[in-house]
Write a protein that binds this ligand. Sequence first.
Ligand code: APR
Length: 320
Amino acid sequence: MARKKIALIGAGNIGGTLAHLAAQKELGDIVLFDVVEGVPQGKALDLSQCGPVEGFDAKITGSNDYADIAGADVIIVTAGVARKPGMSRDDLLGINLKVMKAVGEGIKANAPDAFVICITNPLDAMVWALREFSGLPHNKVVGMAGVLDSARFSHFLAEEFNVSIRDVNTFVLGGHGDTMVPVVEYSTVNGIPVPDLIKMGLSTQERIDDIVKRTRGGGGEIVALLKTGSAFYAPAASGIAMAEAYLNDQKRILPCAAYVSGEYGVNDLYVGVPVMIGAGGVEKIVEIELDDTAKQNLQVSVEAVKELLDACKQIDGSLA
Ligand code: APR
């Protein structure tokens, strides 16, 4: 069987980290694409030279030509501008929408059978626009947000309860922004729901509320610290988990920005919901029972996503 091919559109901080992780895991051969000449080629060469040291077997090349992504099995898109301090994800909208148009057309022309994972922010709007511009089936285009958001939530909870991160399982719904919905009731330490852990006196509602708030602002916290860019290690790790689920038909249940048509009472947009990822792409959207607060929070999040989509449609008439 031929090796799988992974195309990474955007060879910046996340793109480079994605390439390194994909090579280390030998997910396939890797093409790093970027509009800037030299950067994808330089990173590809540098990463290729990790191979002898780390012992991975993957061919890594850099390109400025969309023809080189032809036949890709998985495409991960990080092309665009990252958030700077003081800039909200939504400020990025205008700039990154144009980038999604170019990327969507490049994918449509060269790799229409790929499973596409979008990471570019503002995520829920960009993944929707990328799907529109590429014309790929909705189940083959998905956004990476929930895996990262729940990883952040899990990390903070593991610290709070002073337990191994392996035993923490969390659940985040909604848009990838300040309106995301970390669902405390479905978040557990080895199966024990967080509300029960509070009852056991292992934390307090106040502390958990603070953690939920910190999770919602998780990206901004890192932007404020880095000053010159946004998070990239955990976003890349999250994108790779989704790619692996597809390539290895793992049927993993992961929170992703997926296209909903009726699920959770929401229609015709991308929003963070639990999905099953396997060889068919997004094979299923898992609808869980939500309490009234979570339902209301999800609705707020959906409204925020809708506003972004309206803004996109105003900027680019072809999306209306
Ligand atoms: N086509 C391809 N690549 C592009 C294009 C384009 N039209 N426009 C910009 N790029 C490239 C840039 O040249 C740069 O190398 O996208 C890369 C972005 O890399 P970084 O600036 O390092 O950003 P990164 O941290 O990787 O984040 C990328 O993911 O999480 C989101 O908010 C983040 O939207 C941002 C994206």
